[in-house]
Design a protein around this ligand. Structure first.
Ligand code: FA5
Length: 353
């Protein structure tokens, strides 16, 4: 009987060495240590050996069964490891270029704002900034906007309840009304109050009005331009705007002034640029006129200069302001302003940078 045990072990080892798959290993396990396996059956024959030898045989049988199970386990691990290595070889192609993580890009408005600033910096302007929440004084009073001007209506301007917001008392010094700035022109005031001429700045940023349709949004962006020095004239403004078109659009465009009124400039004008798409010959964008309306401009009103401590007898200057959103819509032929604020990734993906 012990000899048969040894024989079985020898046969098992020889068979195990040939096994390369999990299925074959399972069959081997069943054949030797399964319910009717040859090793299992040998134990059942224990009754056939002399009682004196049974104990030793039992111990030998247990050792053999344990060794076989350990060998099966070891082989199982080996086969699993090989299968995993084969899978990895198949799945991981080390020669493949790595996957690029999805990359965002700057919002089209940010792209336009940066391009505008860069253009004016090249033309010798600094970039100035101001807060979105302004006092009525800088947003209206110092800009010579009369107390009863319609722009100050609640229907046009977002007012902020200052005392409640800041915990100020009704008698406190900050009782002046606060507004969400309705234009970037208060940055003119802030700049003139803190800097001495010559002043040459642009001020891009967010502005707010109670407005909402295809070309008007409650939050939009403007860029302000301001130049103050001795002997500055409207001719300088026209020349600057023409130089701007050359740098920004890549070719010089016509600049056209149409008389208009803004309380903070005198004379005041709306300015149009020759259509950058048809270069003045007339197309769908300029509705055949050859010109596109851009914004407002004019010579800084003497009262505004005085309010900022600049002597209008010595200095003159011009200012302009136009919408960055409208400029972006025009550049990319975007039909509705709201598209720019909805954060729809399918829209934004069209403006990589
Ligand atoms: C002004 O805001 C003046 N501060 C501009 C100015 C500056 C004139 C300096 C003279 C000297 P106006 O209200 O026209 O002007 O607005 C200027 C531009 O802002 C418009 O041409 C338009 O492009 C843009 N804009 C105005 N309201 C909206 C709005 N609700 N949504 C989007 N763009 C707007």
């Amino acid at each position: 009987m012990p000899n048969r045990l040894d024989q079985q072990v020898e046969q098992f080892n020889a068979a195990l060495a040939q096994v390369t798959t999990a299925e074959a290993l399972y069959e081997l396990e069943v054949a030797y240590v399964g319910k009717k396996g040859s090793i299992t059956l040998l134990k059942g024959e224990m009754g056939k050996i002399p009682p004196a030898e049974r104990k030793a045989f039992g111990a030998a049988w247990n050792r053999v069964r344990d060794a076989i199970e350990a060998a099966l386990e070891q082989r199982r691990d080996f086969i699993k490891g090989e299968a995993r290595a084969r899978d990895l070889e198949r799945i991981v192609d080390l020669t493949m270029p790595p996957l690029r993580p999805p990359q965002g890009s700057l919002h089209p408005l940010t792209q336009t704002r940066r391009r505008l600033s860069e253009t004016f910096i090249r033309l010798g302007f600094d970039v100035a900034v101001g807060p979105h929440i302004e006092g009525e004084r800088f947003n209206f009073d110092d800009l010579n906007v009369p107390k009863d001007h319609p722009t100050r209506d609640m229907q046009d301007t977002f007012f902020i309840e200052a005392p409640r917001m800041h915990g100020l008392t009704p008698d406190g010094p900050a009782m002046q009304e606060l507004v969400l700035r309705t234009h970037t022109s208060p940055v003119q005031i802030r700049t003139m109050r803190t800097r001495k001429p010559p002043i040459r700045i642009v001020a891009p940023g967010a502005t707010f009005r109670c407005d909402d349709d295809a070309t008007h949004s409650p939050m939009f962006h403007q860029i302000e331009g301001l130049y103050i020095d001795e002997g500055v004239t409207l001719a300088d403004l026209k020349a600057t705007l023409m130089a701007f078109t050359e740098d920004f659009f890549g070719h010089r465009l016509e600049v056209r002034f149409r008389p208009s009124f803004f309380p903070f400039v005198e004379p005041g004008a709306e300015f149009d640029l020759g259509c950058p798409f048809c270069r003045g010959s007339g197309c769908s964008l300029c509705k055949g006129s050859g010109f596109i309306e851009i914004g407002g401009c004019g010579m800084v009103h003497p009262k505004v200069l005085s309010a900022c401590g600049i002597d209008p007898e010595i200095y003159t200057g011009w200012a302009f302001g136009f919408g960055i959103d409208r400029m972006t819509m025009m550049l990319h032929r975007i039909p509705h302003l709201r598209l720019m604020f909805e954060g729809d990734i399918r829209f934004l993906e069209q403006f990589p940078c």
